[in-house]
Write a protein that binds this ligand. Structure first.
Ligand code: SAM
Ligand code: SF4
Length: 436
């Protein structure tokens, strides 16, 4: 049976898609290898969100060309396959096939074209998930990988933020029927999942036959055996009090909310077509803070969006310095050809984008460290992800707030998927402690 090398770039949505592709291949009897030079089929599941992500994929394709066996097939899947459909053959002629995020139903027939028999009974051996290169917390050793599961609730996005390539690569919004979502969650729980992350580009736009996102959360919260539930990503325009009330009522929900603000300036938010003002955003945050004290608020910020002035940037910096967020993912704007922002004038010079990024990141780091310090002496319940990558004598995992926690490995505790850890040190990157 053919062996497959599968490498994933980008967001958790891509990790979930890779799991789906891997499952299809496994059901036909394919095996997986971490060694591309031995594989019969090499798959890169790619990301196109920023230019850097694209460059990493093309550089990896160049490496694979040199090491792959001459008869091996190369498949590029994901957002870059969709975005560069017309140019990929020229840029990387050794690529044999492209499958965009909406084409995964054709995967099995592609494998059949490449000689994989499709009429054999399913294999008796359990599926081993391939590694998720870009998502280290999800790239857990085998004995921990099943503890966290990603379950998509929507596909695509129709928001068309002016900087973003996703609506072009992933297509229009589609909500997955709740019964299908429940079936998948039950299956993951049977396989040992302790934490389920619901995925969608904008989960708040979920709508299936009158069931909205708040209703879906309440319904899923009743699933027996569901210990931890969380979700990504919320759009501030569609996030409302009804969702906050559901968050307060469903005990399995973990105390964290990711609500990307992108900018602290109304002029920039308008140019981004984000559909909210800063005051509107802060009003929603105020209700969230009132109903859910103790939850962590995290965000995404883009620095150096076209037309962003120094005064716009200072508004974002001020928002961060005021301690609005417990954590932020801060990005330098990257022009995506074909999106409206790519041709807006003036574009901010690259060095200026990076200067702003560094200033915002430094301010956020301060706030994040203070947040982490608030756990000193406390006991946090951690879901393990395996031995720490930096120090194999320690275990690593995530708290309910999604903070990285490490603690010394000890035989008795290291087998357990969860640990109560007393926090002894707080750093910007996370917490260090000992088992309680
Ligand atoms: N749908 C989610 C949302 O609206 O927040 C996530 C979309 S994207 C995978 C994650 C983050 O990447 C966005 O929130 C945004 O901050 C950032 N991003 C998207 N396009 C970008 C671009 N062209 N340049 C820089 N950052 C970008
Ligand atoms: Fe992109 Fe905006 Fe859709 Fe998020 S909501 S995927 S940033 S277009």
């Amino acid at each position: 049976m053919p062996s497959i090398y599968l490498q994933t770039f980008g967001c958790q949505m891509n990790v979930a898609d890779s799991n789906g592709l891997a499952h299809q291949a496994w059901s036909l009897g394919c095996t997986f290898t971490d060694a591309p030079e031995e594989a019969d089929i090499l798959i890169l599941n790619t990301c196109a969100i920023r230019e850097k992500a694209e460059m990493r994929v093309y550089s990896r394709l160049g490496q694979l060309k040199l090491i792959k066996r001459p008869q091996s097939k190369v498949l590029v899947a994901g957002c870059l396959a969709e975005k560069d459909r017309a140019v990929m053959r020229r840029k990387a002629p050794h690529v044999d096939a492209l499958l965009g995020p909406r084409d995964y139903r054709q995967f099995k027939s592609l494998l059949a074209q490449w000689g994989v028999p499709t009429d054999l009974p399913p294999p008796q051996t359990p599926m081993r998930l391939p590694s998720a290169e870009d998502a280290p917390t999800l790239d857990a050793p085998l004995e921990y990988a099943h503890l966290r599961a990603l379950v998509s609730i929507t596909r695509g996005c129709e928001k068309f933020c002016t900087y973003c390539i996703v609506p072009y690569t992933r297509g229009p919004l589609e909500s997955i029927p709740p019964a299908e979502i429940e079936t998948q969650i039950r299956r993951e729980i049977r396989c040992g999942a302790k934490e389920i992350t619901l995925l969608g580009q904008n989960v708040n736009s979920y709508l299936y036959e009158g069931l909205n996102f708040a209703g879906l959360l309440r319904r899923l919260g009743c699933i027996e055996g569901l210990e931890r539930l969380t979700f990504l990503t919320s759009h501030p325009h569609d996030f409302d009090r009804e969702v906050v009330d559901a968050l307060a009522d469903v005990p399995a929900l973990q105390p964290r909310l990711h609500l990307p603000v992108q900018s602290g300036s109304d002029d920039v938010l308008r140019a981004m077509a984000r559909l909210y003002t800063l005051d509107g955003y802060l009003e929603k945050v105020a209700y969230f803070r009132e109903r859910l004290p103790g939850w962590a608020l995290t965000t995404d910020i883009i620095c150096g969006f076209p037309t962003e002035t120094e005064s716009d940037f200072l508004k974002t910096l001020d928002l961060v310095q005021r301690g609005t967020f417990e954590y932020a993912f801060v990005f330098a704007y990257s022009a995506r050809p074909g999106t409206p922002a790519a041709t807006m004038e003036p574009q901010v010079p690259q060095h200026e984008r990076l200067r702003r990024l560094q200033a915002v990141s430094a301010a956020q780091n301060e706030r994040t460290r203070r947040f982490h310090e608030s756990f000193l002496g406390e006991t946090v319940c951690v879901l393990a992800s395996g031995p720490s990558r930096k120090d194999r004598t320690r275990m690593a995992g995530k708290s309910g707030h999604n903070i990285t926690v490490v603690w010394p490995k000890d035989g008795a505790h290291s087998a357990s998927p969860t640990a109560d850890v007393v926090v002894e040190q707080a750093q910007t990157w996370g917490l260090v402690g000992r088992v309680a």
